[in-house]
Design a protein around this ligand. Structure first.
Ligand code: SAH
Ligand code: SF4
Length: 386
């Protein structure tokens, strides 16, 4: 069988302008580490294929660029959801502070340490510590836990704790934290302020700027299908992600939660999310792109689909089953009843069934440091565009 390459040619029947944008994207991102300089119109076109052939070619191009740039390995990040207390009131999230129906829990440092050890023993080389924005965990106390994990377990540590002070970010970095995941959620500042009362996009970007300054590998990303979001907003999301030059980009569907003000809204579709993942791969060829749990929660094949149109990371849950039902950021979250050992086996099977392999290393960023643009220029650029 002839090897699939972009040069083998595209299907016929694509609109000339769609084909031109795809060729521009794929030719550059297929051969070089830095992404193509697609403009807004080209991104808009690629996000809106009008035929099944156009969509298939978009996905094929993203898959080939993924194979060339980051290979067939899929990186696993074990996620520990250690507290569902949150001081924020995000309109989309089941953990929002106004959700009185939620039974709140907080794991103590000893418990988190135990779970981390169990996950490392299962072979995870990256652990993600995630929670609501919960100031009960102080900067110095968390730093001690991070230091212990880094000293005693052979893992990279990613934090996903929301917006905190620069001092906290600094002491966690000094304790050895490697990465920080802070999605920008939406690049539309008005929509952001509406959905996150009391919060501002600019402040979230300021946090990302600090994290960059402190030389964390940063992860950002957005939700797809938020009420009030248009395809033009998604273009802005992608342009912002390019400016941020994030090492990881998480793009998942918005899933309405019945105990939030957005309960009656429709959520993001599988197709719209996959298109965003595919265009993100073309635009950001060497970035780590997760096949998100949210996508797997609205479509049983969602993560497999994402892995075949650009994604190269999966984040299995390693939180003990007892706590999982209470960490429903969105409803019907995947694997509510599966213990970490089961999830690991299941995800490995899923990856192998696609002909891919499970990465054995920590999965640090593929970006060469010399090519990582200075955060200052990126964020100033974003400020300019708001
Ligand atoms: N509190 C931290 C981390 C936990 S929330 C923070 O907000 O950064 C992790 C992610 O869950 C958020 O970044 C958001 O993108 C996602 N999320 C929240 N509510 C969601 C929903 N209803 N549907 C899909 N994703 C959601
Ligand atoms: Fe809290 Fe994060 Fe949910 Fe917002 S998205 S309510 S910050 S857990």
């Amino acid at each position: 069988m002839r090897e699939q390459t972009l040069e083998n040619g595209w299907r016929t029947g694509l609109r000339p302008e769609f084909l031109a944008a795809l060729e521009h994207a794929a030719a550059v991102s297929g051969s070089k580490d830095d992404g193509p300089d697609l403009d807004q119109e080209e991104i808009l076109l690629l996000l809106q294929p009008t035929t099944a052939d156009e969509q298939a070619e978009l996905f094929r191009a993203a898959d080939l660029v993924r194979a060339r740039q980051v290979g067939d390995e899929v990186h696993l990040r074990g996620i520990i959801e250690f507290s569902n207390y949150c001081r924020c009131d995000c309109a989309y999230c089941g953990l929002r502070r106004s959700n009185a129906k939620l039974k709140r829990y907080r794991l103590d440092y000893g418990e988190i340490w135990q779970i981390a050890g169990r996950a490392a023993a299962l072979g995870y080389r990256t652990l993600v510590l995630q929670s609501g924005e919960d100031p009960w965990y102080t900067g110095p106390d968390l730093a001690r836990l991070i230091g212990r994990i880094k000293r005693e377990l052979e893992v990279a540590v990613t934090l996903s704790l929301g917006e905190r002070s620069r001092e906290d970010y600094e002491c966690w970095r000094e304790a050895g934290a490697d990465r920080y995941l802070l999605k920008h959620e939406t690049a539309d500042p008005e929509l952001f302020a509406r959905l996150r009362p009391g919060c501002f996009l600019e402040e979230r970007l300021q946090c990302l700027f600090w994290l960059r300054e402190l030389s964390y590998q940063i992860g950002s990303g957005n939700m797809v299908g938020l009420p009030g979001q248009s395809v033009a907003t998604l273009v802005r999301d992608l342009l912002l992600l390019r400016e941020l030059d994030a090492e990881m980009v998480g793009i998942g569907p918005f899933i309405p939660h019945c105990d939030t003000p957005l309960a009656g809204n429709s959520g993001g579709s599988v197709t719209a999310t996959l298109r965003m993942v595919a265009v993100a791969r073309l635009l950001l060829p060497t970035t780590h792109l997760p096949a998100t749990t949210a996508l797997g929660s609205i479509d049983p094949e969602g993560r497999q689909k994402a892995l075949t149109c650009g994604a190269n990371v999966i984040m299995p849950n390693v939180t003990p089953v007892a706590y999982r039902p209470d960490y429903q950021i969105y409803p019907n979250k995947l694997c509510l009843g599966e213990e970490p050992e089961h999830c690991r086996g299941c995800v490995e099977g899923l990856i192998r069934a696609l002909g891919r392999t499970v990465a054995q290393d920590r999965g640090d960023s593929r970006k060469r440091k010399s090519e990582v643009r200075s955060p200052r220029s990126g964020l100033e650029g974003s400020r300019r565009s708001f």
